[in-house]
Ligand binder design. Sequence first.
Ligand code: CA
Length: 200
Amino acid sequence: MLKKAGFIICCLLILPIAQYCSQKSSEIYVNGGFEAKSSDGDNPEGWRVSGLSEMADYVEFRWDEEVARSGQRSVSIHIKEDFPEQNLGDSIVYYETKKFKYEKAKTYEVTGWIKTQNVKNPAFLEVQCKGWPKANEAWKVVKTYSSTGSKDWAQLMGSFARYKGRKDQAYFQIRVGIPLSKNEGSEVWFDDIQLRILDD
Ligand SMILES: [Ca+2]
């Protein structure tokens, strides 16, 4: 009787582990460690700076060789101390990946690491989708925020479920960045951004 009970308990313990192990995931390369160079050698491959307007003089984007969570590099955004106070609404500055096709039957997970210095309005990791039902229609499927203040590397994570729209029309981009409002004198670093497709 005891043996039988032990066997059943073992099965109950092993089953969730087996299920966990069978849930495979495959990584999509995004150069999220920011180690690989673009063909011109001046930027991390696959990422571009965005969201800048007339505020460019007050924002520094760095492909940073001094701070890294892994490897030799990260990317950072520094908003200068003399950033003029004004009504900026929801304006953000960010690094953005290229476009990835949004596969209808897939579930995705995105993770990344962020380090902050003197942040007052939280930085973020987000995924923005575009392209359906209208070409310029955009919506967020992931938006996760950093802590405020000055914190060592911390992980941000989000998953987004399968795309319910029509096939082959939508795409998404990963963004890491910071709002301009209230963040004068702050700096953020990002490293080890990963994108995975989770099998169902
Ligand atoms: Ca790195």
